[in-house]
Design a protein around this ligand. Sequence first.
Ligand code: 2IT
Length: 445
Amino acid sequence: MEAQIKEFMDGVRMKNPGEDEFLQAVEEVVETVWDFYQENPHYKKAKILERMTEPERVIMFRVPWVDDNGEVHVNRGFRVEFNSAIGPYKGGLRFHPSVTLSGLKFLGFEQTFKNSLTSLPMGGGKGGSDFNPKGKTDFEIMRFCQAFMSELYRHIGPNTDVPAGDIGVGGREIGYLFGQYKKLRNEFTGVLTGKGIEYGGSLIRPEATGYGAIYFVREMLAEKDDSLKGKTVALSGFGNVAWGAATKAVELGAKVVTLSGPDGYIYDAEGVSGDKIDFLLELRASNQDIIKPYADQFGVEFFEGKKPWDQKVDIAIPCAIQNELNKEDCELLIANGCTLIAEASNMGCTAEAAFLASEKISFAPGKAVNAGGVAVSGLEMSQNSMRINWSEEEVDQKLNQIMTNIHKVCVEYGTGFDGSVNYIKGANIGGFVKVADAMMAQGIV
Ligand code: 2IT
């Protein structure tokens, strides 16, 4: 089996040289679905895995824009339309200087499985740009979004490809992108999700990824007859995901003690709650991308240039960017008594850290844990199609149900002979089956 996996991965590596993040994401899936793949020779005959690891389409384009001083800039825009077997391509746009084709291919690939797990009809896609929003003015952000959409609009549509936000793309950016799409197409449709409430957005969408992650962690703990009450939690990041996760974790009785930014992390022994959580919104709006002002404002410790994984906590939830928790971090967390790591970010752990964590403690991967964000995007699409708005309670209840169900699917496909749950395996096989069966039904296309 090892040799066969290696042969398969050699093929993928040859086709995608140097795309380390994409190869990391593919390898994790291939390793965990391989047995299942062998047991179902009809998939193998149809080369389902070979087809799933090749994006249906990749669009790359120039994004020229002018800053407030009249200087011209050129960024690169992307949309990776990975898989449309179970619905229109669906996934976020990331604006961050680290964005590359490899990164977006990894994210689009993961998104396909994640979206399948939500049980909603959404294919997988991802896009973005190497544009750095840090320090940009509102007008510069608007001009960049308009320039980006001036090309993207011809490739997307409510039944074709429905982008949303991701790192660096929040409500403001979605507004500018939507405005430009509407102007160019002369059409008011649900072509983007994460929209403002006034123009077709869904309640709970901003909170959804973080809330969903905590609902999932609640289920992981319940599986072991445990709960969030009294648990200490380390979060990284301070954006949308960390904000939602902190809110829901506190509501369910946990204490959040860390947050982080590219500049370091803060440790709040009293717990991040109430006004302190609201402060994150102010921090984000300042466009500076630093967490230190939290420490200054509330008089807590700031650890410059460090990650929060050296603190003693019960639960660690990476909420920032890929590969931000490595094997050493994982060892340190476990040595300090941490018993659960859940990725609220996409591939927040390196492959070695994820492997170690799933051997020693409870570990769940991003495609299961953070699926609540895209799930509520799916609910936003439904509301747009029906031209109705659901209440906060209705959306939250559906989100809760979806996360509970994803957990069930992980347990169904991931439970080993000893009764322990391998969430990586459970999520990968659970996400794979629906996409594979839809591809089988649709022929070689
Ligand atoms: O990684 C993700 O799932 C997202 N950035 C959300 C995608 C979406 O379409 O809402």
